[in-house]
Design a protein around this ligand. Structure first.
Ligand SMILES: C[S@@+](CC[C@H](N)C(=O)[O-])C[C@H]1O[C@@H](n2cnc3c(N)ncnc32)[C@H](O)[C@@H]1O
Length: 264
């Protein structure tokens, strides 16, 4: 088994490479791609089920081209999470910034949008995209989603697009989401999710870890993990099959008012 730190470094390298390709005017590679960025077979599948096609024309029109080209997700969390003016929204693994720029516009000048990512090259691309989009209420944070650099109970809505499957410590991510959310704060996440019948080995046969397939949680694991972390109103809904038994999915939940195991 690959040690966690090595796996995380592999993920960081892959997405640094992708950010540099987009900054150079090319296309990014990410979820749905094979183990290498130039895996053209996997990219053909990827272009239909991952990335910018998951956003409608109006939303793409609100964004700089580099932000849409850098879209590497497996859904559109901005269409999932209800965002209100003045709210604080946090995007876990904000990449080139597509979802957090759209969210910043939704929460408006009285709201705040935080994009968290561990990859310097992605943060630089996202900052440029936010400037080009003219949004001033976005702040990009460098860090890992397993240790969110924000205070407890400071966020209204957590979004994320195809990043939790890449984490080497998913229980830590779910616990951190519960910690930073205010009581009854909401989660609207897009992610790849496996059917419960698939073992971790069977998931790994269907795609690479950096391509967002091998590290996917199953539906039951997601639901149980969120419940343990202190969430309620949990739903995991498949939207599109991306490989046998593996789906793009929408994950929603609300933080309990006072979770039993919650540490503020
Ligand atoms: C598949 S891309 C998705 C980017 C963006 N959400 C989108 O939809 O285009 C994954 C992003 O998450 C970041 N990432 C992956 N694992 C992370 C972790 N453990 N902590 C922080 N960022 C991480 C990568 O650097 C990359 O920018």
């Amino acid at each position: 088994m690959v040690p966690a730190e090595e796996l995380r470094e592999e993920v960081r390298r892959r997405y640094a490479e992708s950010a540099l390709a987009v900054a150079d005017g090319g296309a990014g590679c990410g979820c749905g791609s094979g183990p290498c960025c130039d895996d053209s077979t996997a990219s053909a599948v990827s272009s239909e089920r991952f990335g910018e096609v998951l956003y409608d024309t109006d939303q793409r029109g609100e964004l700089p081209e580099a932000a849409t080209l850098a879209s590497l997700g497996c859904g559109n969390p901005t269409a999932v999470a209800e965002l209100l003016e003045g709210e604080v929204v946090l995007d876990l693994g904000s990449g080139g910034g597509i979802d957090i720029i759209l969210s910043a516009k939704r929460v408006g000048p009285t709201g705040t949008a935080y994009g968290l990512d561990m990859t310097d090259e992605m943060l630089a691309l996202a900052q440029q995209n936010a400037r080009d989009a003219g949004v001033t209420n976005v702040h990009f944070l460098k860090g890992v989603i397993e240790e969110i650099p924000l205070p407890s109970e400071s966020v209204d809505v957590v979004i994320s697009n195809c990043v939790i499957n890449l984490s080497v410590d998913k229980p830590a991510v779910l616990a951190e989401m519960a910690r930073v959310l205010k009581p009854r704060g909401r989660v609207g996440v897009s992610d790849v999710v496996a059917e419960d019948r698939l073992s971790p080995e069977e998931r790994a046969e269907r795609g690479s870890y950096v391509g967002c397939i091998a590290g996917a949680l199953s539906k039951g694991e997601y639901e149980a993990g969120l419940e343990t972390a202190g969430f309620e109103q949990i739903t995991v809904e498949y939207t599109q099959e991306v490989a046998d038994g593996m789906h793009n999915a929408i994950v929603k939940a609300a933080r309990k008012a006072t979770p039993e195991n919650h540490q503020v």
